[in-house]
Write a protein that binds this ligand. Structure first.
Ligand code: PEP
Ligand code: CO
Length: 451
């Protein structure tokens, strides 16, 4: 493999999962326009995240990454964005208390608009149309026009990402994220479950602790009034990603400035493929999904290619085996990285290996499988002498009915009441909080032998 990386050297490789546009000229005009637009994030923020992920790698912090499977343009609304931020902040609060560690928060947000699909077409009642590939590419409605890949959607996605990020920045800089205002941290669900009572106790304990800190220090800490929040998305549509990749004014290389943390999906991680080629040349911290078909020898080669200098915080491996495959699949991968002395942050995505279809054909996931895979991931890493350092979840801050189970006891028959995802089923607000409590238990210092 040649060593010379260029911004478009990925074009000489096979790029899977790319849309086919009818009008190449229109696409080029859109990409030219995007290239001139301001970036969404800065290289300083990106470096800051990489530094924080290096701390995660050292066991000094824990990574919480979560959000929609696919964001939708229609969902770019105040309430929906605020509720996603809120659930991630509340989950991290619970985890900080369990782990007594810093939590690095990364949303699948402000750009998670492109989806890989297992089939190029979707057939309904005998009619086959191109598959929906995310709002970046086409529309979810089932008509020829809606399923056409439309270059103008790239500009709309950039705009929606900027609007979303602008609101997130405003919320996380103060007020909304201020721990001194526990009313902002109220749980919206009033269920009587144990978690709800434990959560209220935790918020009270924080109030007490803050009063104490405020009393003994004359300067009120700005750090307690704001939070860091980073964005991520699957870097799937390479023309779009390239258009938002800029050379640093500090002369330290190329950065994808459309997001802080791009990742490579399980379907596009071929060693000699275009996605790996593009990603190896950018300076961002990057994620790589690792599913059951990843062979240890492939993983070590990809890890060398993506992180040749073995830089801390650069590479996060997001394993997504499924609860039945994790115990056999993970150890050889951990082992080979150790043998070749390749560093990485290991986190568990307990969603994508646990997707099922109901008898009526709806995609769902069992809460119990998700939880079981997460718990198992802690154990397997411990047994391998490595460390589970975070999780990657599909979730929403609303009371959707997409995954079955959890304290609310959602069944298959309930799924139709608020099944809203355009793609994979997400944990709802209550289910997400339950997962946070479970993780916080597993993270309690006395439970982690390898800290
Ligand atoms: C996803 O994260 O939505 C996804 C498609 O995951 P994977 O690449 O692991 O299948
Ligand atoms: Co998904």
């Amino acid at each position: 493999m040649s060593n010379s990386w260029k911004l478009d050297s990925w074009k000489s490789r096979t790029a899977h999962q790319q849309p086919q546009y009818g009008d190449a000229g229109e696409l080029q005009d859109v990409l030219d326009a995007l290239q001139k637009m301001p970036p969404l994030v800065t290289s300083w923020e990106v470096d800051n995240l990489k530094h924080q992920l290096a701390e995660v790698e050292q066991g000094q912090a824990w990574l919480l990454q979560g959000g929609d499977c696919a964001e939708s343009f229609d969902d770019c609304q105040a309430e929906s964005i605020a509720s996603k931020l809120k659930v991630l902040l509340q989950m991290s609060l619970v985890m900080i208390f369990g782990a007594k560690q810093k939590i690095v928060r990364v949303g699948r947000i402000a750009g998670q608009y492109a989806k890989p699909r297992s089939s190029d077409t979707e057939t309904r009642d005998g009619c086959a149309l191109p598959a929906y590939r995310g709002d970046l590419i086409n529309r979810a409605g089932f008509s020829i026009d809606e399923r056409r890949a439309d270059p103008q959607l790239l500009l709309r996605a950039y705009g929606r990402s900027a609007l979303t990020l602008n609101f997130i920045r405003a919320l996380s800089e103060g007020g909304f994220a201020d721990l001194h205002h526990p009313e902002n941290w109220e749980l919206q669900f009033v269920s009587q479950c144990d978690e709800s009572a434990r959560y209220h106790k935790l918020v009270e304990a924080i109030e007490d602790a803050l009063q104490f800190v405020d009393t003994i220090s004359s300067v009120q800490s700005r750090e307690l009034r704001r939070v860091d929040f980073f964005t991520s998305h699957e870097a799937l549509h390479l023309d779009y990603e390239q258009a938002l990749t800029r050379e640093s004014v500090r002369g330290c290389g190329w950065y994808n400035l459309g997001t802080h943390f791009p990742w490579i999906g399980d379907r596009t991680r071929a060693l000699d493929g275009a996605h790996v080629e593009y990603m190896r040349g950018i300076r961002n911290p990057i994620g790589l999904k690792v599913g059951p078909s990843m062979r240890p020898d492939q993983l070590v080669e990809i890890a060398k290619l993506l992180n040749p200098e073995n830089e801390p915080g650069r590479l996060t491996l997001i394993h997504r085996f499924g609860v039945t495959k994790l115990a056999d699949g993970l150890p050889p991968l951990v082992e080979i990285l150790r043998r070749y002395d390749r560093r990485a942050v290991w986190i568990c995505d307990p969603m994508h290996g646990n997707t099922l279809a109901t008898s009526s054909g709806r995609k769902t996931r069992k809460f119990d499988d998700i939880l079981a895979e997460l718990r198992l991931a802690f154990e397997v890493h411990r047994d391998c002498g490595s460390r589970l350092s975070g999780t990657h979840l599909e979730l929403t801050g609303e009371n959707v009915t997409e995954c079955v189970g959890g304290a609310g006891g959602l069944t298959e028959d309930d799924l139709h009441t608020a099944y809203q995802t355009n793609c994979d089923p997400r944990l709802n607000y209550e289910q997400a909080m339950e997962i946070a409590f479970a993780i916080s238990e597993s993270l309690k210092p006395h439970k982690t032998k390898n800290r």
